[in-house]
Design a binder for this molecule. Structure first.
Ligand SMILES: Cc1cc2nc3c(=O)[nH]c(=O)nc-3n(C[C@H](O)[C@H](O)[C@H](O)COP(=O)(O)OP(=O)(O)OC[C@H]3O[C@@H](n4cnc5c(N)ncnc54)[C@H](O)[C@@H]3O)c2cc1C
Length: 448
């Protein structure tokens, strides 16, 4: 228990690195707090360890640096790179798409919302819309509203779009901390098979889903404990012998673009901490065991012998964890009342029934809603933008704030804003909202 507390404290401590006043930019990075040791036991005091000073190579100095290659990070990097800004994207796994692909969370929600004339219409355009169109074009998307896609096709399509845009993708790399100079984020430390190194940037975009970057940078946020699941897929769900004696129907998940393959969602309990490594490890083991046992039960049910476990997701399904307390926090009220913003960066739809003012409002009746640029901006840190499921919204909007459509919209907005800031040599906090809207429209976004 003591060790668990110790580890959790280290994780929560944040511990950003700051540049010492007398230090050059590339070397002598002065460390103010550390989170790991270098094998020297004399550096351990109680339950803290002083990491020895060391020199870290700088891998690159870039215009825009995106951390996390999920829907938000991919959209952000593509949008920034398309403006001509040199853009790097750091991703810990071996693919883009985040939970959408590696998490096997296949439906792109929410592509549609209700306009003021009461028509349910498409709202997802821009880079997210392009991804959706390309998936359709390769035959790996089913359904017009909230399409369900194939994860391998999406990995391919998103990577192609990033490659075409000239994004420099650094896979198999974990962002381990930020490098601060006062309120300005200078870059990040990463760890990978080549060792520890730094990446410096003029603008950084936090697309980690869990807000790792704004956490280390010392910005305020709300830590929401919520449902964590592990999605899996079943094969041969179309090879059921319904005539077999003893047959009874079993739940085989939802259809996917690949015939015979079903995807199975998992809810989890409602108070799980998505940024506690021990919790994540325990859940991973528990869920894998449960899925295996569930599938054996299906296979032992007459008529279902050919069904098999195709795969479990490579990314554990954290629905939400840290939510930024940004310059503006969107609320359910905003989303239900067509609230409009001068600095709108995109329009989102609605996918689920919400309780609003005592009434249950179904998706087919729910208004489309705007996202303001200010909800991507942390209050404290300069040169940092936040997109994806950790951008700034109230808890009552979590069901809409955390989904793929919203991640694509906020990612596109953040990437375009970063590109504009580079072009105009302006801080992301001061860019002109009209110029941003013009750029977003030129990049295919729909702003209402
Ligand atoms: C079980 C489950 C079911 C869901 N169902 C749906 C659904 O049906 N439809 C829908 O629209 N949404 C659904 N969602 C929500 C949706 O999948 C996510 O909210 C969405 O993918 C968020 O995108 P993102 O870019 O913000 O984050 P993520 O998809 O989480 O991507 C973040 C990326 O950052 C990387 N990363 C994180 N930290 C670091 C670091 N320190 N260094 C380097 N890389 C890092 C991760 O590896 C990951 O690739 C579901 C979520 C879960 C968990």
């Amino acid at each position: 228990m003591q060790r668990r507390n110790f580890l959790t404290r280290l994780m929560l401590a944040g511990g950003a690195f700051t540049l010492g006043p007398a230090c050059g930019r590339r070397i002598n990075l002065e460390q103010t707090e550390s989170s790991e040791a270098n094998g020297d036991l004399s550096l351990i005091t109680g339950n803290r360890i002083t990491e020895p000073e060391r020199q870290i190579p700088v891998l690159a100095e870039t215009d825009v640096l995106v951390i996390g290659g999920g829907p938000s990070g991919a959209a952000a990097a593509i949008a920034a790179s398309r403006t001509g800004a040199e853009t790097w994207l750091v991703e810990r796994y071996n693919h883009l798409g985040g939970l959408w692909t590696g998490g096997l969370v296949l439906p792109l929600l929410s592509t549609h919302g209700v306009d003021k004339e009461n028509n349910r219409r498409q709202v997802i355009y821009g880079i997210g819309g392009e991804m959706s169109q390309r998936l359709k074009a390769v035959g790996m998307s089913i359904d017009e509203i909230n399409p369900v896609i194939d994860p391998e096709a999406a990995k391919y399509v998103i990577e192609e779009m990033a490659r075409e845009a000239g994004v420099k993708v650094l896979y198999h790399t974990w962002c381990a901390n930020v490098i601060m100079d006062g309120p300005t984020i200078q870059g990040i430390f990463v760890e990978n098979k080549s060792g520890r190194m730094a990446l410096l940037a003029k603008v950084v975009i936090d697309c980690t889903g869990d807000g790792d970057i704004f956490h280390w940078a010392g910005d305020s946020y709300d830590l929401m404990k919520y449902h964590i699941g592990l999605v899996h897929r079943l094969g041969n769900v179309d090879r059921i012998d319904t005539g077999k004696p003893g047959y009874q129907p079993m739940s085989l998940g939802e259809p996917t673009p690949v015939p015979g393959v079903g995807w199975v969602n998992m809810r989890g309990k409602d108070d799980q901490n998505g940024v506690d490594a021990l919790t994540l490890s325990e859940l991973q083991t528990e869920y894998r065991l449960k899925i295996w046992e569930d599938v054996q039960k299906i296979r032992q049910t007459p008529g279902h012998e050919k069904v098999f476990l195709l795969d479990t997701a490579s990314q554990l399904g954290v629905r939400v964890s840290r939510i930024l307390e940004g310059e503006y926090r969107l609320s359910l009220e905003d989303s239900m009342t067509y609230k409009s913003f001068d600095d709108v960066i995109g329009i989102c739809g609605a996918w689920t029934t919400m309780l609003y003012k005592g009434k249950r409002v179904a998706p087919a009746q729910r208004p489309m809603w705007q996202i303001p640029y200010r909800s991507l901006l942390p209050k404290k840190t300069e040169n940092l933008l936040v997109a994806g499921r950790c951008f700034s919204y109230e808890r009552d909007l979590v069901e809409d704030g955390r989904i793929i459509g919203t991640a694509l919209i906020t990612g596109h907005g953040a990437g375009a804003a970063a590109g504009l800031a580079i072009k105009e040599r302006e801080s992301v906090k001061n860019i002109d909202a009209d110029k941003l809207k013009k750029l977003l429209k030129a990049q295919g976004a729909w702003l209402g």
